[in-house]
Write a protein that binds this ligand. Structure first.
Ligand code: DON
Length: 572
């Protein structure tokens, strides 16, 4: 390890891989980094893609041990909680969409819940000011974490014992891992907030981090060991629960023992729809992801987008207007369906979606103030994280998990070593007040005790003839559904290679604010023409970190990791 650390290998390998053999076909230096980062791999037995090379490796090892895709996804997710503390987590929540080898479709909701003491106006001052500072940072921003409950719920479909799946994470926390330049910079940028929002200074607090430093997380390792030995109770009860509740007391938070003990992950009926013969399997409420994707895909379905071409003025404008309309519905209708009646059937019906597009004008921009819901960003670094896994038996898993903001509420539970989420900000804390992603909402997404805040996460599996074809997802707040939408359109309609579909610049419209965000590198001429049609354009840096596994015609798995981050693919 030491030797490798000093060497700082800097490599991206583009691999092709026949069953057990790998051939590096291209190699390039990009950044000071201590291990190879595989951006694309073609594999016959199984593949994993995630935001961190060590997490993808953990999943690969589990596949090689005889684990299935669920086993590997659990191991990858737990490893991410150690090596990608920005978003990988046990103090947050997420969603899993899976297609099992027997054809069964599964969706699992382990989204955070509002604590029992939460209430609708908890972030509104007596003078009516909405306190987004409190919903975004510090102890009060945190929902009751769901990740550990979700992992144990998903064990229903696992093959290997849990102790094996969590071991790579324990090892990485106990022995430490060497950080990259990017990781060092992100820890350095966090120091002020860490000091402000922590009652016990965590290991992340340090004069200066540099590439090559080793991050050891002993408290986190001990928490993971308790989870290994005691199951979900190792988190929701006993010493870990005590550490969380004591942390809440020290910092003015409201999560209680009962909140922790009562947390449940929920299997839900996946949101499934057809698109030109493909079956798209997505997440239902409390994520808006599946429904938004459904609406957007259906609004373009009959409009011959393939003939317009990738990033032509016409196709971008059409997709922008479709995104605008879907997000207007999000703000009005969507929230936790256990608490609010979301008219899913109505707003995804053909007649409704045709009606939504009645005022679409291909020659000019619509205006959001006139596009209301139908009848029936600030740019902090974006850190949710998505992973995909597939195995040789046809089990396919897509998981998106998050602390919300990068490093969540910036509070590490004293003595327990993990960051808490700031997911309460995903509720509509006051009607019309934008959350950190600029999304607004109202009654459907108002805070209530035990309710889950509306999400945009869109873990998605596309089936062709009933078999996995594309597994996809990304972080990016409200840009998540639009990035997944564009990636699928790129592959299915524009016939693009998976790398191009992922790497080419994306764009985003979310109804309000009424601006079209385009990623750096978006073609200038199209941008200028869109301006001429009346669109307010904003340029922004990376949109998402999309991970894709595609099943090739010969049955092999092509895994592509986004080049916007240090994301990595593995396979064998
Ligand atoms: O659930 C949601 O929609 C957000 N909490 C996701 C946050 C996110 O993607 C952050 N960064 N990429």
């Amino acid at each position: 390890m030491q030797k490798v650390n000093r060497v700082f290998l800097i490599a991206i390998f583009f691999f092709t891989c026949d069953a057990n053999t790998k051939n590096a076909i291209e190699k390039s230096r990009i950044d000071s980094y201590h291990y190879s980062v595989i951006k694309k791999i073609i594999a016959g037995n199984g593949a994993v893609v995630s935001a961190h090379p060590l997490a993808s490796k953990a999943g690969l090892e589990i596949l090689k041990m005889g684990g299935n895709a669920i086993d590997a996804a659990i191991a990858t997710q737990l490893a991410l909680a150690v090596v990608f503390p920005n978003a990988g987590n046990i103090g947050g929540g997420g969603f899993m969409v899976a297609r099992l080898s027997n054809g069964q479709l599964v969706s699992l909701d382990y989204r955070e819940m509002a604590p029992g003491k939460a209430h609708r106006d908890m972030y509104i001052d007596p003078d009516g000011t909405a306190r987004t500072d409190k919903s975004q940072d510090g102890h009060l921003a945190s929902g009751v974490p769901g990740t550990v409950a979700g992992i144990f719920a998903s064990m229903k479909y696992a093959k290997l014992p849990f102790a094996k799946l969590i071991q790579p994470a324990i090892d990485l926390a106990q022995k430490g891992f060497v950080i990259s330049q990017r990781e060092a910079s992100s820890f350095n940028g966090l120091q002020g907030e860490l000091k402000k929002f922590n009652t016990v200074m965590p290991v992340f607090v340090k004069g200066s981090w540099k590439a090559g430093d080793t991050l050891v997380q002993t408290d986190l390792a001990n928490t993971l060991i308790r989870i290994r030995d005691q199951g979900a109770k190792g988190f929701y009860e006993g010493s870990t629960a005590k550490l969380i509740v004591e942390e809440m007391k020290r910092g003015g938070g409201i999560i209680s023992y009962d909140d922790l003990k009562n947390y449940v992950a929920k299997f839900r009926v996946p949101h499934v729809f057809d698109y030109k013969g493909y079956q798209v399997v997505g997440m239902p409420m409390p994520s808006s992801g599946g429904v938004l994707l459904h609406q957007m895909m259906k609004m373009i379905e009959g409009r011959h987008i393939a003939s317009m071409g990738f990033q032509s003025l016409q196709s971008v404008q059409l997709m922008t207007e479709v995104e605008r309309r879907a997000f207007a519905d999000r703000a009005e209708f969507m929230g936790d369906a256990d608490f609010y009646k979301v008219p899913v059937k109505a707003i995804t019906s053909t007649a409704y979606l045709q009606d939504r597009m009645k005022d679409f004008d291909p020659s000019k921009a619509n205006v959001s103030s006139r596009i209301k819901a139908g009848n029936a960003i600030p740019y902090e670094s974006e850190e949710t994280t998505h992973l995909d896994v597939i195995d040789k038996d046809g089990n396919a898993v897509a998981i998106t998990t998050t602390l919300n903001n990068s490093f969540g509420n910036k509070t590490v539970v004293g003595g327990a070593g993990f960051f808490l989420n700031d997911e309460m900000d995903d509720f509509s804390i006051k009607q019309g007040v934008p959350n950190m992603f600029g999304a607004i909402g109202g009654e459907a997404n108002a805070i209530m005790p035990g309710k889950r805040m509306l999400s945009s996460m869109t873990p998605t599996i596309v089936l062709k003839d009933g078999k996995p074809f594309i597994i996809v997802g990304t972080p990016g707040g409200t840009t998540i559904p639009t990035s997944v939408f564009q990636t699928l359109v790129n592959i299915i309609e524009f016939g693009m290679s998976t790398e191009d579909a992922v790497y080419k610049p994306k764009f985003h419209h979310q109804w309000l604010p009424d601006t079209l965000d385009v990623e750096k590198g978006f073609p200038k001429s199209v941008r200028e023409s869109l301006k001429g049609m009346g669109y307010a354009i904003r340029e922004r840096s990376a949109i998402g970190r999309t991970e894709v596994i595609k099943v090739l015609p010969d049955g092999k798995f092509e895994a592509v990791a986004d080049n916007r981050g240090e994301d990595a693919a593995e396979g064998w």
